[in-house]
Write a protein that binds this ligand. Structure first.
Ligand SMILES: NC(=O)c1ccc[n+]([C@@H]2O[C@H](COP(=O)([O-])OP(=O)(O)OC[C@H]3O[C@@H](n4cnc5c(N)ncnc54)[C@H](O)[C@@H]3O)[C@@H](O)[C@H]2O)c1
Length: 235
């Protein structure tokens, strides 16, 4: 499979390593300095891990070329619906996941399951912690937002997520920590006067995200339409 990398930073480089190990070829490495090179390249699939300000344009260009695109960039999702409409109009292919790690996707499902059980247990307050390296551009993390949505869709007493502590019981507080050299960590916390319950995921390296993204690229390259991890994993 011929892969075009859009964004050649920490994730782009890890994806390259995983893709080569799986027998694929990288036909272009597009980053901010050579963005115009994208116009002249062709491949089977693009994998986009760049910057929140760049993702929309990068994905749009792929869709207009009808090049299947696997996108992992976080922090640009207010424009995701525009991309989905464009994808339908062009009969193209768009895959988005806030997190490509298989372990995190199991964590998402466990989170929804616990949230459903906690819906009627109002004595528990709910909060999330997310801890990432200091260079991360967006807060809260895309993964924390997906976890928060899993709770908001299932627990009626929580109305919206907030990233600053408000003290309002209807707000779901996501606390973001940015610390040098830490593994990405997400914790969902249920706390009551009687007991606390927590679920936690720690990513030990970027390889889990990269492997998931390459596996998705292998799966999607001949498909048309809009897909998510639920379609890929069939949980
Ligand atoms: N979905 C997931 O599983 C997952 C996992 C890890 C990281 N991420 C996200 O992926 C993104 C990239 O993460 P990273 O750790 O590689 O960041 P990084 O800062 O190491 O790399 C980003 C790269 O994108 C480049 N870039 C900026 N503008 C560009 C443009 N217009 N065209 C092409 N490239 C451009 C930068 O120069 C840089 O090399 C972030 O949004 C991060 O949150 C998602």
């Amino acid at each position: 499979m011929n892969i075009i990398l859009l964004g050649y930073g920490k994730m782009g480089r890890t994806i390259e390593k995983v893709a080569l190990d799986r027998g694929h070829k990288i036909v272009a490495r597009i980053d901010i300095d050579n963005a115009s090179d994208f116009d002249g390249v062709s491949g089977d699939v693009a994998i986009e891990f760049s910057h929140p300000d760049a993702a929309f344009d990068n994905v749009k260009k792929c869709i207009e070329k009808r090049l299947p695109v696997v996108c992992g960039t976080t922090g640009w999702l207010s424009r995701k619906q525009e991309i989905e409409m464009l994808c339908k109009k062009n009969d193209s292919t768009f895959f988005y996941a806030s997190n490509y790690s298989l372990g995190v996707n199991i964590f998402f499902k466990v989170n929804e399951y616990i949230a459903r059980m906690m819906n009627n247990l109002a004595e528990y307050d709910i909060a999330l912690d997310e801890i990432h390296h200091a260079e991360k551009k967006d807060a809260p993390s895309g993964t924390a937002i997906t976890l928060a949505e899993g709770i908001l869709n299932n627990v009626k007493r929580k109305k919206k997520w907030v990233n600053q502590r408000t003290g309002k019981p209807e707000d779901l507080f996501i606390e973001s920590f940015r610390i040098d050299q830490v593994p990405g960590t997400h914790i969902v916390k249920y706390e009551s006067a009687i007991d606390d319950l927590e679920i936690k995921h720690i990513a030990h390296s970027r390889e889990g995200f990269a492997k998931g993204a390459v596996m998705v690229a292998e799966w999607i390259k001949d498909k048309r339409g809009i897909y998510t991890m639920d379609d890929f994993l069939k949980f």
